[in-house]
Design a protein around this ligand. Structure first.
Ligand code: MSP
Length: 525
């Protein structure tokens, strides 16, 4: 178990309202953080928005409002969505604030002092949607960006450059020495090939973009949005009084303040595969230049596609999260995306498979088992935990107490879909056991031993469901809390406390009343 855990999501562009693609990363991040938090690890989850740059400047202009006004409005939409999706973040980073500006300025100065920033002319091609430079050979016919299918622009400016090429060997060595740094591991090949092709210095300022942080000492240029945004992982961690102190950007002060931080570096930057280069190459080189501690891991997940194409704001083929949430509920959305798409790979969304999955797993396998057991306990045990002694070596008991270790192993490997699969394999095992024993028939029998077998089966299933309710909590917290509320009289309601008993059997206190949770998940027609 880690001692502490600091996870970041990307900072989302506020050029448009959030879509299911942005929600996907954030849901996964929340599930991972909730797990560690529940397991007693000191956890920090940071999410936020990326507000500067030409793309957002143009969007605000097209709306006829000031960039700040536009950003404030869209930022609220992100916050609203995270609240709807039960995202339990602790820090929200905004890159348009004065505090962030100060941190970026201080960082810029530090890297400049290290001799890694210089002025030169740049000519090339630029994709505004990616906010990134492109090589002619990676473009689609008609000079279209391969990710966004929008035309790239000719770009020619005198800019400040970051000496990325200087870090080629250091980066190569770093990835060789840290083979687990990039996850899933197959994404390392891509990073190696970028380095092997030869890293070029890149411009980190713009004279044509006004909506950005001015370059220290040169008011005619603003800092490139990516150079600014990556530091959005750091700025919310620093205290106001530190950042606004008069010596903040002097000498080694920033480095000293970073060294004091409890949550730095990040244990995990969770990102989509399209922004791997910025994190694996630019960000790491920037931190190397500043001599700041490097993050522990990057995980690049796949894309959600619709009809095989990346869903995105620029392409306009998005799914609006609120529509899905309103129609099917928050846990349905969380569950589907975490369970149905092997984490790290692309996954296509169709409403049909969405509905089928939810009915099969949440309504049939879990929901039915839960309500069936509770109904039988209601009618045959006065709604109370049966007063019987459980066998701790039964197949159900053995599988139940091993489940937490399985889930945790998958979580450590970021196999979120496999963690959920392990939970549902166990639910299936309990369903099978019920189907074989048929307690609903046994309770009608005249023989006392049949009634005993039936009640034992119910008790065993209740114990198993107690463990399931806990382990499923990070993924679908609302439904898990509803499940845990059934055991509220016999178990601590707080998932963190209840989790302490997930590796133990026979924890439910005999004769305690079980609360009625109502229907767990309504079957979708
Ligand atoms: N602003 C930058 C990130 C800066 S981090 C310091 C950015 N923003 S973004 O809004 O365009 O994308 C944010 C994240 O959402 C990326 O990780 C991206 O991969 C993810 N997704 C955007 N569309 C997606 C899908 N269709 N599917 C899955 N994730 C997607 O890049």
């Amino acid at each position: 178990m880690p001692e502490k855990f600091f996870l970041t999501t990307p900072l989302y562009y506020v050029n448009a309202e959030p879509h299911i693609g942005s929600a996907y990363t954030t849901i996964a991040a929340d599930a991972i953080c909730r797990y560690w938090q529940m397991a007693g690890v000191k956890t920090l989850m940071l999410t936020g928005v990326d507000e500067h740059g030409g793309k957002i400047e143009n969007t605000a202009e097209a709306r006829g409002i000031k960039p700040q006004e536009h950003c404030d409005e869209i930022t609220e939409k992100f916050k609203e969505l995270w609240a709807c999706l039960n995202i339990d973040f602790q820090k929200f980073s905004r890159t348009s604030g004065e505090k962030h500006n100060k941190v970026v300025e201080a960082f810029f100065k530090r890297v400049h002092t290290k001799g890694d920033i210089y002025e030169a002319n740049y000519e090339g091609l630029y994709c505004l949607a990616c906010e990134d430079f492109k090589n002619e050979r990676e473009l689609l016919p008609g000079q279209l960006c391969p990710t966004h299918h929008t035309k790239v622009q000719n770009y020619s400016e005198k800019n400040y450059f970051f000496a990325l090429s200087k870090y080629s060997d250091k980066l190569k060595k770093f990835f060789k020495d840290n083979p687990d740094f990039i996850q899933p591991r197959f994404r390392q090949n891509e990073v190696n090939s970028w380095i092997d092709e030869g890293l070029k210095d890149f411009p980190i300022s713009r004279s044509s973009v006004k909506w950005g942080i001015p370059v220290p000492g040169d008011e005619n240029q603003t800092i490139y949005v990516w150079f600014d945004a990556l530091l959005g992982y750091l700025s919310p961690l620093l205290e106001e009084e530190v950042v606004f102190s008069k010596d903040f950007d002097q000498e080694d002060n920033l480095a000293k303040e970073v060294a004091k931080l409890e949550f730095w570096p990040a244990d995990l930057h969770l990102i989509g595969k399209d922004i791997l280069r910025f994190h694996a190459v630019y960000w790491i080189a920037m931190l190397m230049s500043a001599e700041f501690p490097l993050p522990k891991q990057l995980f690049g997940h796949g894309f959600l596609t619709k009809d095989g194409e990346k869903m995105g704001k620029t392409r306009g083929n998005i799914i609006v999260p609120h529509e899905l949430i309103d129609k099917y509920g928050v846990d349905a959305v969380r569950f589907y995306f975490l369970f149905s798409i092997p984490f790290g790979q692309d996954g296509d969304f169709t409403e049909k498979s969405f509905i089928e999955t939810l009915n099969a797993y949440l309504a049939n396998r879990l929901g039915n088992l839960f309500s069936r057991v509770l109904k039988l306990v209601q009618t045959n045990c006065e709604g109370k935990v049966p007063d019987l002694k459980l066998d701790s070596s039964s197949p159900i008991a053995t599988a139940a107490v091993q489940l937490a270790d399985k889930v945790e192993k998958h979580l450590k490997n970021y196999e979120l879909h496999l963690a959920l699969t392990a939970i549902f394999d166990f639910v299936d095992q309990m369903n099978l056991n019920m189907t074989e024993l048929k307690p609903w028939n046994l309770v009608k029998s005249e023989k006392p031993e049949d009634l005993h077998t039936a009640k034992l089966c119910l008790l065993e299933t209740l114990e198993g469901l107690r463990i399931v309710a806990n382990l499923i909590y990070p993924f679908i917290p609302a439904m898990a809390e509803k499940m845990l509320s059934v055991f509220a009289e016999t178990l601590d309601k707080n998932p963190q406390n209840a989790y302490k008993t997930v590796r133990k059997w026979a924890q439910l206190k005999s004769e305690t009343l079980l609360n009625d949770p109502g229907i767990l998940f309504n079957r979708i027609k």
